[in-house]
Design a protein around this ligand. Sequence first.
Ligand SMILES: [Zn+2]
Length: 282
Amino acid sequence: MRKASDSYQACVARTKAEERRDRLLNAANAVQQAGQALREAAAARNLHDLDPKGFKVPEIADDDFVDWAYENGMQTVGGRVIRDELMAAPLNERCPLCRQGTVRQLDHFMPKSHFPALCVDPLNLVPVCERCNLIKGNKRPDRAENTLLHPYLDRVSHEGWLDARSIHDSGTVRLRFFVSPPASWDATLIARVKNHFRLFELGKRYAIEANRAISDVTYSVERQRKRGGARMVRFYLEDEAESRFAVDLNSCEGITYRTLAADDLYCEGSSGQDSPSSVSSL
Ligand SMILES: [Zn+2]
């Protein structure tokens, strides 16, 4: 990842108005120090302790600075390179906050309204989908427990932390997703993931995706059932789940198939043959 100072230079070096450019270049030191403070707090896992007072830029009003360095700066040739690199980072353009939407915007993890000096720091710029950006807004952490997951700093995808249970209701089956933390997680990380899950309405969003996945396999499941009963259905679903987990241990589809494979009622065909129409939310 590029350094804060490199990104800043790329964004402001081509500012056309000379007087404005000089003022921006004079602020380079403050931007570099802010980037350093961000990295130290990230390493110590205390982003929630950062005081916005230390993230102003001297002699330039906050709004002007964000306007000049970020809004205009990211439109310049140098700024566009930074922006394109950040936007291209997520695999398959998938939003790292919800793991569902398509990345469309850059979110300032520490909001630019409170931390203007971090407005073009790559460590503070997270490519996200429109919906996640809207939900997050200007929220900033004030406790360790409500620090949202930072895609560059918090690597939780190498462990399974998502699970679901099936619910049968009027001939349909639907899934309720929940956070199932690995034993190695401490209480703070568990609270953070649960908070993240709740804020971005992941339970509701994953339940909708699960409904789609259930609809999509209805035909194949029925065919397997005719071939070899519940046993064949189970094999089929376990195979589908395994294929998803090979790519992503917390794959919503994978968890859907695994949960259904463990559901005797569903596999036997006593419930869940119809396309589901109801959605659970947490
Ligand atoms: Zn998203």
